[in-house]
Design a protein around this ligand. Structure first.
Ligand SMILES: [Zn+2]
Length: 215
């Protein structure tokens, strides 16, 4: 630890918070941690943005052990990203989650970056799929204010990721086998803490092909 700044104190705060959190949980349910040791059986896989203002478990008031979580900038599901593909395969085939939720948020900086030209190289590469959605949605975004355009593109981005998930072999195989599995698109508003359902849920291969597999 260095002695030139407050980093010791910053880090110590986390351990202090952790001790308080453990005490609070033990007080409410003395068996809580012991029961978590024996199994992980979440019903949900949550794919959200890395944004620090959009914490997965907290905003849906769910305990540890209930949600398998993957987060990245702008909640993207790219078919070349081994990280997210592995998470989805594990969640579907091993944990057998019943729901996969793509959760975007209004005002997303990652989505915003698709409007900009001067992004850091890697960010620019990462958000390239969103630029595609932006070009495709040009007509839909016409006449909207800058803020409205961004929010609309945040919604479109979530819907596109729901569609991408429907293409993933682990998901298609689960549906072929009759395994219960639904994909959902949600969006969160940082300004009031409310979560909204974009109502693009898909729970079988036939619907996925009909509604989502555009050419
Ligand atoms: Zn974001």
């Amino acid at each position: 630890m260095c002695d030139k700044c407050d980093c010791n104190q910053d880090i110590e705060q986390l351990f202090k918070n952790n001790r308080e959190w453990v005490d609070e949980i033990n007080e409410a349910d003395p068996d809580f941690f012991e029961s978590l040791v024996h199994q992980q059986k979440p019903e949900y896989l949550w794919i959200g943005c890395s944004d620090s203002r959009v914490p997965a478990n907290e905003l849906v008031k769910m305990d540890p052990g209930t949600i398998f979580v993957h987060r990245n900038i702008a909640n993207l599901v790219n078919s070349s990203d081994m990280n997210v593909l592995s998470v989805i395969q594990y969640a579907v085939e091993v944990l057998k989650v019943k729901h996969i939720i793509v959760n975007g948020h209004y005002g997303c900086g990652g989505v915003q970056a698709s409007f900009n030209e001067n992004n850091p190289d890697l960010i620019d590469h990462w958000i390239r799929p969103i630029r595609k959605y932006l070009v495709r949605a040009k007509k839909e975004l016409e006449g909207l204010s800058e803020e409205q355009k961004l929010d609309k593109l945040c919604e479109i981005n979530v819907k596109e990721q729901v569609r991408n998930i429907c293409h993933i072999p682990a998901v298609k195989n689960a549906w072929k086998k009759g395994q219960p599995l639904a994909i959902h698109g949600f969006i969160y508003a940082i300004k009031d803490g409310r979560l909204h359902n974009l109502k693009v849920s898909v729970d079988n291969l036939e619907d996925a092909e009909k509604r989502l597999f555009r050419s």
